[in-house]
Design a protein around this ligand. Structure first.
Ligand code: PDD
Length: 281
């Protein structure tokens, strides 16, 4: 596979990152995961805009990453990923400098890395739905920045896996915020409910797209807190994200959601997502 590092396209095995990279030392970096459907990248601009917002929030010396769009396209082409499903992963860090908490000199180049790989969608989970567990949210207060500092997410995700669940849903102050690598949506009385955008959750590109589908399909939706105390009484529950797309959640903490099978509005959004995702770009 061919990857990209700081302006160069190289065989993946020849890509070397310094141990003094601040991404390695401090998790001082941001990332994006972009889906490609039969060679067509999904919402690249929205992903690169979010990368820019993250770079501004972290006070990086460069915040415009529009030049990475053709890089993503070339990685799909050069790695012959134009037929099936693929993922682009990109990571930008504050660069390489001797370890010090203070930022390195302003002219220190960022480390910009990108790679592509085939992706196998989780068809069975999408069909039958997944089980989730609730987990106390121990993350910092800037979950809106897509940083590579994902330890709380990986620990929570593994805890879910250890309990035979597929996703962990973070709970902070009695409200369900999002999943460890997805956003969350519920259906209550015919209405789609999803937590509002705050610093305690990531503004997902898929979330935004699914809300626009609700608009197109005349499904009422509301961005409002989803309380832990209500979660077992919602009619339907789903997670949405680049890798999970729209996946039904059929149980939380071993309690059934609704009748324990994927609900009708979840199915409708899932179908609409599949139909449009490969066309929209
Ligand atoms: N994660 N919330 C969190 C914490 C996430 O990590 C993600 C995505 C999302 C969904 O965002 P989007 O729709 O833009 O993919 C929400 C990626 C896929 C990952 O870490 O692999």
């Amino acid at each position: 596979m061919i990857g990209y590092l700081n302006g160069q396209y190289l065989p993946q095995e020849n890509i070397v990152i310094s141990p003094e990279d601040r991404g390695f030392l401090f998790a001082d970096g941001i990332y994006e995961v972009i889906r490609s459907y039969s060679g067509k990248l999904f919402r690249t601009k929205a992903h690169l805009d979010r990368l820019s917002r993250g770079a501004s929030a972290l006070e990086f010396n460069q915040t415009d990453f529009r030049y990475l769009e053709p890089v993503c396209e070339r990685l799909i082409q050069d790695n012959r990923l134009t037929q099936g499903d693929a993922l682009i992963y990109m990571q930008v860090t504050r660069g390489v400098a001797p370890r010090s908490h203070a930022f390195p000199p302003i002219e220190t180049p960022l480390t910009v890395y990108a790679m592509a790989r085939p992706f196998q969608p989780h068809l069975r989970e999408a069909e039958t739905g997944i089980r989730a567990i609730l987990i106390p949210d121990q993350r910092w207060a800037r979950c809106d920045i897509k940083t590579v500092g994902l330890l709380a997410n990986t620990l929570a995700h593994q805890r879910a896996r250890n309990s035979h669940a597929t996703e962990g849903l973070f709970v902070r102050d009695g409200a369900v915020m999002e999943g460890t690598h997805s956003n969350v949506m519920a259906v209550m009385d015919g209405k789609v409910i999803t937590p509002p955008r705050t610093n305690y959750m990531l503004a997902g590109i898929t979330r935004e797209f699914v809300l626009s589908l609700c608009g197109e399909l005349s499904i009422p939706f509301l961005e409002t807190p989803l309380y832990e105390s209500d979660i077992l009484n919602v009619d339907e529950l789903m997670i949405v994200g680049t890798t999970v797309e729209v996946t039904p959640v059929i149980a939380v903490n071993n309690e059934k959601i609704g009748s324990g099978i994927p609900g009708p509005l979840t199915r409708k959004l899932q179908k609409a997502f599949h139909l449009s995702a490969s066309f929209v770009g």
